[in-house]
Design a protein. Sequence first.
Length: 152
Amino acid sequence: MEPLRLAIDQRLLLAQAVARAKWNVQAPIEDLGREAQVIQAAVKEGTALGLSKAWIETVFRAQIEASKTVQRELFAQWSAQHAGKFDDAPDLAKTIRPELDRLTTQLLRSMASNQAVLNDESRKAEVTRAMRALEARALSPQAATQALTPFL
């Protein structure tokens, strides 16, 4: 379960970098076209691992919504602070998306390898305990809950 928890946590923590990159160019937080591409790619990769299309879609919609929650919270904070551009913001296309792609693969592989546990109703308490320790919970409790909902 640890690789699964770690992939969810790292993906959610990366939302900070996504937010900074978007803030610098005043890009919208929501990009439905990109979101559809991410989900479509995850479905293709995940079904090859034996995961159901519906479950993959549910998990990745939750991850995307959690990321957008973090981004919205940060944008609101930065707007209130009248923040300028970030000198250290990474490039969304060249730096962040490849990392998100790597985490997508890690998340899907972890879902596949833990599928029996995740689908066993009698082990929900075990899954909940394993997922509780998200570092990203300090960043946004709401986003952490959103990211974990498909697994609990």
